[in-house]
Design a protein. Structure first.
Ligand SMILES: [Zn+2]
Ligand SMILES: [Zn+2]
Length: 291
């Protein structure tokens, strides 16, 4: 039996509760920000999470699907937000998890036709193709793929803009071309390769051909070249730099960080936070625009 107060006539409907007062902006959920986490980086595998609100993409899937999913869980990142994988080039340290992630999560992989054709470890049905240099949108993300010099079929870096912030990602590049410097200017966060220390490469017990490949214009960026690139493109809006794809044998984290920080300090840019990505563990989740 319905309980009612004696003073309330049974035929009178209960008054509607007043509508809730509008929530003050300061008490509302924080506005979405562009967030980035390098899940792992190095010659054993590369993958970077880029998130805005309820949507996310991966740039490359070079960790196994199992490790990618475990790392996302460990970082508190929700794989259900994933909309796509944007692929830089076909080397397996950037592509080996794509097929399985596509099968498990139903997400497509985006690449230019050259990379899609060259990535033999990815079934044709996974791909959606773009033209390098032509911007496209994926959910809330405005994405510009741009050419990089690297010994792959048609490698790219990405500039990803969303919610008024912008991330630039360039790993696996032999040199910083004018095009690369132009595309990485004006970003709030950069993920840039600092692959090796040139002296450590020259002193390493590796075949000369391999050393030539690493040091060449189609190979990988050294610490000092990365430092010069970052100092060159750093604008007022650049807050965070993540050094990526560090060589296990021909680099050291302290050396890479020291080289880049010293160069930034020489340009009066010590305010920029510089982190190193690791082969075996993720970086912190970095929000663009906050230090
Ligand atoms: Zn690579
Ligand atoms: Zn590569």
């Amino acid at each position: 039996m319905r309980e009612s107060f004696p003073s309330e006539p049974p035929s009178t409907p209960r008054p509607e509760p007043p509508p809730p007062a509008p929530t003050p902006a300061s008490a509302a959920a924080p506005a979405a920000t562009l967030r980035v986490c390098v899940l792992g980086s190095g010659s054993s595998g590369n993958s970077t999470w880029v998130e805005f609100g309820g949507d996310a993409i991966l740039v490359d899937a070079g960790l196994s699907a199992q490790r990618t999913r475990r790392t996302l869980r460990d970082c508190g990142l929700d794989e259900r937000k994933l909309r796509a994988i944007c692929v830089t080039h076909e080397h397996t340290d950037h592509t080996c998890g794509i097929a399985r992630l596509h099968a498990l999560l139903g997400i497509p992989a985006y690449a230019n036709t050259g990379t899609a054709h060259a990535a033999r470890n990815v079934p044709d049905g996974c791909w959606k193709c773009f033209s390098t240099g032509q911007p496209f949108s994926l959910g809330p993300f405005d994405i510009l793929p741009f050419s990089l010099p690297h010994d792959a079929y048609d490698p790219v870096g990405y500039k990803i803009a969303c919610g008024g912030a912008c991330v630039g990602i360039a790993t696996d590049l032999g040199m910083a071309t004018t095009l690369v410097r132009g595309q990485l200017s004006g970003c709030n966060l950069l993920v840039i390769e600092a692959n090796h220390d040139e002296e450590l490469v020259r002193g390493a017990t590796r075949p000369w051909r391999l050393k030539q490949r690493i040091l060449g214009n189609q190979g990988h960026l050294s610490n000092s070249a990365a430092a010069a690139l970052i100092a060159d493109v750093a604008g007022d809006s650049l807050r965070t730099v993540v050094l990526a794809h560090l060589s296990r044998d021909c680099n050291r984290e302290d050396l890479a960080l020291e080289t880049v920080r010293a160069d930034l300090a020489a340009h009066g840019l010590e305010r920029i936070r510089v982190l190193a990505a690791h082969a075996d563990s993720p970086t912190p989740v970095c929000s663009c625009g906050c230090i």
